[in-house]
Design a binder for this molecule. Sequence first.
Ligand code: NDP
Length: 480
Amino acid sequence: MQKILNYINGELVEPSSKQYIDNINPATGAAYSLCPDSDERDVELAYQAAEAAFENWSNMPSDNRSKILLKLASFIERDNDKLAKAESIDQGKPFWLAQKGEIPRAQQNIHFFATAIEHYASETHSMGGHALNYTLRTPIGVVGCISPWNLPLYLFTWKIAPALATGNCVVAKPSEITPMTAFMLSELCIEAGLPKGVLNIVHGLGPKVGSALVSHEKITAISFTGGTKTGAEIARVAAPMFKKLSLELGGKNPNIIFADCDFDKAVKESVRSSFTNQGEICLCGSRIFIERSIYDKFKAAFVEESKKMKVGNPLADDTKVGAIASKMHFEKVLSYIDLAKQEGGNILLGGHEVNLDGENTNGYFIAPTIIENLAYHCRTNQEEIFGPIVTLTPFDSEEEVLMMANSTVYGLACNIWTENLNKAHRVAAKVKSGIVWINCWLLRDLRTPFGGMKQSGVGREGGWEAIRFFTEAKNVCIKM
Ligand code: NDP
């Protein structure tokens, strides 16, 4: 079986423990490769390598850093289909989704930040003729990046690209559920000539590798994407150490459909925002609120359109919904269907696992599931499920829908569907989420602030926000 290796000090190495964890293909339920079961010894080796590399990397002219990163981005583009296939097998997502969306986005992440540093200018603040202030922005040092399993290479590169571009050295931990493309990236880093120690990738379990990273005395900034519970644990450990923290956490996003929407578009995009990547995207809309006058019509069209979301082998061209990423998550998602039934939910579509034939007999497949008749404050409507499950709820007024939309502890993203521009702006201003899409979903400009309010996170990623996070500001004041 193929062995994934850590990437430390520019080399592919075994974990100190020499122990490995089975890496499962969720579409077959079978182990197909081995992921290092690393521990704090590997994190320490990675830290030492990063620390030794920092002086040269941080002092390198930014156009030289940019060139190396652009080369890395070009190798991702060259290997797009190979990486997409690996991502599909590792995570369960349809191949075409990785091929057309996620791997190209991983390339763009690196390209974007490699070029951003060529254009960055820090501020000056003049005090008339008396004095001049200028702001120096310097890299932090060795930073930690921890990423989840749902969009593996996409979210991994979204963190490491701004960290590296701004001159930091990185110790990174991908999710042990989906380690393959981060491993392949480490091979590309070697090929691209990334100086040794600049990026180190330590594979393994969160409570071992992740927590060793977070509690490491000398790693002074942590950029984390994952669940709210893990984010809280990271904050608990890191806050007393005064680490800089960026936390991108869970969501329970509302999708608000007004009666004056472009109906066909709202239906089609709502299906996409509900079931893309099996609903395992933090930005998926999982609570659909529909103005009562079009509730029945929308429900019928939404159920009809959702029936086209074929569940199947992730590598097949006509598959729209692949496998759930892990057995544990599969069981968690199914348990929420049981909960919804107990809470009085009426299942309009799906509501069960899907048993496929052949090599996929033991895979983790769940049918796109649509549920109505649930109170907005019940657990099914308040807790993050992170699977192909959505609820439909009617509303009568703007005030009512805002109250329901804002009722969870989360505040990541929101979709609003209306052709009335005034209403769109009004609701967008009042909804408590870091990202609002009007008449679209997942339309991303990498320059915009990305992140959530309330328990969906602390801080923002993207554009200058990421560059600011990964640098220290120092004001220099000169008296004239
Ligand atoms: P987890 O919080 O379980 O894990 C995220 C990462 O943290 C993994 O690499 C995990 O390792 C690691 N980890 C686990 N425990 C610790 C610890 N004690 N210290 C340090 N690191 C640790 O999230 P999931 O992987 O389950 O990802 C799904 C979650 O991510 C959802 O809640 C989703 O909403 C959120 N998410 C948020 C996004 C955003 O931008 N706001 C984007 C994408 C996802 P291991 O895998 O070994 O457990």
